[in-house]
Design a protein around this ligand. Structure first.
Ligand SMILES: Cc1cc2nc3c(=O)[nH]c(=O)nc-3n(C[C@H](O)[C@H](O)[C@H](O)COP(=O)(O)O)c2cc1C
Length: 222
């Protein structure tokens, strides 16, 4: 697979088959993803990969907390408050497209919340991954985590696997820590669902648009 094919075929998958992932494949992917660049070669990513019983225990625990109406102090604010344009519309558009495929109207808040909770089942994926970093790390190191995450996601494509990066997990840091060894001095940046895409899952029909480069890029001196 060419890099361009991996990039073009990667999308956030939110419905997976009940089919295990070979741990050797994960080791290969994570080993190569470690080649991702980072400022000063700090390699600030710390990773936990979960499957089987520990994953089921975590997912059940969060489901019980949600059902009980509980909440936890989030690790960080996922979006800036009062997101201005054009970001607001972009966020709105991808949400509307996904909920359209799911047949959930805007007014049905309960159904939207129930669907959001699917994040905390890793969308049915057999593998969940968490990436965390020491709290003293700043925005440059967080950017490094993003580069690493994309490296993982592209390499998964080469293996025929799909993924969904998930900041949603930053809303349940205590529950995650109760099941996954993430030190208190580290911030939980994101989770990630990993597995085999379910082609029949309606959410997987979502194709998030991108702004044309004319909107985002300035060329000088050409
Ligand atoms: C760091 C990061 C965190 C994300 N967190 C979530 C999440 O918690 N839940 C979710 O369903 N999608 C999440 N997404 C997926 C984005 O919504 C998605 O990448 C965006 O809409 C573009 O769509 P695409 O990935 O299908 O191209 C996240 C993406 C990134 C890069």
């Amino acid at each position: 697979m060419k890099v361009s094919e991996a990039l073009a075929s990667r999308r956030s998958v939110r419905g997976f088959l009940d089919k295990p992932v070979d741990p050797n494949v994960l080791r290969r992917v994570l080993t190569l993803a470690g080649r991702a660049p980072s400022g000063g070669n700090l390699q600030p990513w710390h990773v936990a990969v979960v499957t089987g019983r520990p994953l089921a225990a975590l997912v059940d625990a969060v489901a019980a907390r949600i059902a009980a109406g509980a909440a936890e102090p989030a690790e960080y604010a996922v979006y800036p408050a009062n997101l201005p344009e054009p970001y607001r519309s972009r966020r709105f558009a991808v949400g509307e497209e996904m909920y359209g495929h799911l047949g959930i109207p805007r007014e049905d808040r309960a159904a939207r919340l129930a669907w959001f909770a699917a994040n905390y089942r890793f969308f049915g994926a057999p593998v969940g991954l968490f990436v965390h970093t020491p709290r003293f790390m700043g925005p440059p190191q967080w950017a490094d985590l993003g580069i690493w995450l994309q490296s993982v996601m592209l390499l998964l494509r080469e293996e025929g696997l799909d993924s969904c990066p998930q900041e949603a997990w930053a809303m349940w840091p205590r529950s995650v820590r109760a099941h996954v060894p993430i030190p208190e001095e580290h911030i939980l940046y994101a989770g990630m669902s990993i597995g085999w895409a379910d082609p029949a899952a309606p959410a997987n029909r979502t194709r998030a648009e991108r702004a044309p480069i004319e909107e985002t890029t300035t060329f000088l001196g050409f």
